[in-house]
Write a protein that binds this ligand. Sequence first.
Ligand SMILES: [Zn+2]
Ligand SMILES: [Zn+2]
Length: 382
Amino acid sequence: MTTSTPQLGDEIPVWKLMGVEELQPEVRKGPTSPGPHEAIVAPQWNGLCGSDMHIYLTALLGEEKMKEPFVLGHEASGIVVQLGSAVKDLKVGDRVAIEPGEGCGRCGDCKKGAYNHCDDMKFAAADGRDGTLQGLYKLPADLCYKLPESISLEEGALMEPLAVAVNAITNIAKLPHSANVVVFGAGPVGLLTMAVAKALGARRIIAVDVQKERLDFAREYVATDVHVASPTKEGETREEYSQRHAGIIRESLEITDRGIEALDVVIDCSAAEVCMQTGLWLLRRKGTYVQVGCGPLYVKLPMRIIADRELVVKGCFRYGPGIYPMAIDLVSRGLIDLKPLITHKFAWEDAVKAFETTKAAKGEDGKMAIKVMIGPPPRLRE
Ligand SMILES: [Zn+2]
Ligand SMILES: [Zn+2]
């Protein structure tokens, strides 16, 4: 088996999701004839994330059961195979990071630069649309971002989750200079969020999680401080716990209400109600809370604290203009190291093992899984 780039007109391999935990390899005709502003790319590495896992384990797309089998994958790098006649700033053979969402470019949201809110968004592996776990993939050329030599194709695939983190820290949190930041949840997006905060000059980066192993990793990676979530007391409500827990965190990490040791930004990547509550109790006056983790529809929040302290509470959904270039730049300047996050790599043929490793959050090697990657598809025909 070789892993060179498939050619146009080839039959291409794809991994199809048939139903709950059922992936099937298939061979089909690849895309041809890109439109003037399109590119055909041979995806190389695919990263797996929580949203892939959710679909894999439930076969649910949002609230609805998937109707047809489709191809997963939205965190991908690739090599340009063919370009439309009007594409000027790419060439065949370029190594690129793939931005997986295509806005319509015409609606009000797209026109004001908020294409992540486009009502007509076409996103890889969402809404039953085929994703990037295939031999060739056609997309608008402006969604292909050339990778500098210093960035590998594996790292290139991680620009997608990194873009979420860059958006959360820059556009949404508007990270102040020398900020103290707390991140709840030390999974891949939490870790990337901490990495961006560090790259952009945060003073203190505090990671909170229930798993000590994840926090050990976070400390080794970028966190300046870690806190293993304290256990609940018997009979304690979530609200009582959260307020008490915030007190424990303040005391153990010497966080103050005001001054240099006060907390400026809380980013929740855990989607757990108690973390959201604890985070709000921790913030300084006029501090900013950002919800990145996608969890329950309704939660109880200390609204009077939000009002009295004039806290800013914001949502964060994917990423918008300028975020991919910034993510690539931060990595190429050595301000963010993505390599430690890639804990497990699988050959294309072993995609099922990659999903199982992500599900178990541990590899057969016993090592904790952070980012699990699937390698390039084989070339089927010369
Ligand atoms: Zn993802
Ligand atoms: Zn639009």
